[in-house]
Write a protein that binds this ligand. Structure first.
Ligand code: ZN
Length: 248
């Protein structure tokens, strides 16, 4: 089976549609690691688009805040403004749908989906400090995570060595292939579809191939200016509009 892994779409319809088009014909099922909404200008269309194609969607911290499960008190000012705007935009049906999203970890076909980390859906796995204890505690081989908006991940090799998985590249489309080896353990981050923060503004996703035993990382430009124009017209905060083109 080939799984299209989407994370942190953040209501960016142009980025989502471009990833979907590039992934067309390359996957059997879709898994989403949360944060469908927050920041971007198209929360309803993105929820409906991902919902229509995904086998499993777990919730992210912005999904929780935008549907009122949490109060966004711990968000910075800009994220909170975007949260309140999103709440006012969401249809009653989409609000209700966000409230039904399960909390990770969720097991799918032998691997785990989480938004932040297996122990805490809101924890950021940025480096060895969080990744190593998580990898050492794994009884399964592969965890899929998001939340940091950094494409790549972390692994322990069959020889027991810790490694960061980096896949920065100026290529377009398929930019890196990670073989999944017996005896190794993996934390895989597909990157953010709608708001990358690894200094590359282009939309990111991954495909996990459990028969071919590999993860493919993809990167694609999208109609950034269209997204930014919609944010501007929606009155979303200026720094959130600008950060999209910086990839931060
Ligand atoms: Zn996010």
């Amino acid at each position: 089976m080939r799984y299209l892994i989407l994370s942190d779409v953040h209501a960016n319809l142009e980025a989502f549609e471009t990833c979907k088009a590039l992934a067309q014909g390359k996957y059997d099922e879709v898994l989403c690691l949360g944060d469908l909404v927050g920041y971007g200008p198209d929360p309803n269309a993105v929820i409906e688009g991902v919902r229509g194609m995904a086998r499993m969607i777990i919730r992210g911290n912005h999904d929780k805040a935008c549907c009122g499960i949490t109060d966004a008190e711990d968000f910075n000012d800009l994220a909170r403004q975007a949260t309140l705007w999103t709440r006012s935009e969401l249809t009653p049906e989409n609000l209700a749908f966000l409230r039904t999203l399960p909390e990770g970890p969720v097991m799918v076909d032998g691997f785990q989906m989480v938004h932040g980390s297996p122990g805490d859906e809101d924890e950021y796995i940025f480096g060895p400090g969080q990744a190593l204890p998580t990898l050492r505690g794994l009884v399964i081989q592969t965890v899929l995570f998001g939340h940091t908006h950094f494409q790549g991940g972390f692994m322990i090799t069959p020889a027991g060595r810790f490694q960061s998985i980096r896949c920065s590249s100026r290529e377009e489309g398929l930019i890196a292939v990670l073989p999944l080896e017996d005896g190794a353990r993996y934390l895989i981050n597909p990157g953010s579809v709608g708001q990358p923060r690894d200094s590359d503004w282009r939309a990111a996703f991954a495909i996990l191939d459990d028969q071919g035993r590999q993860v493919e990382y993809y990167r694609t430009p999208y109609e950034l200016a269209a997204t930014q124009a919609k944010m501007y017209h929606a009155g979303l905060p200026e720094p959130l509009i600008r950060r999209l083109e910086l990839g931060r």
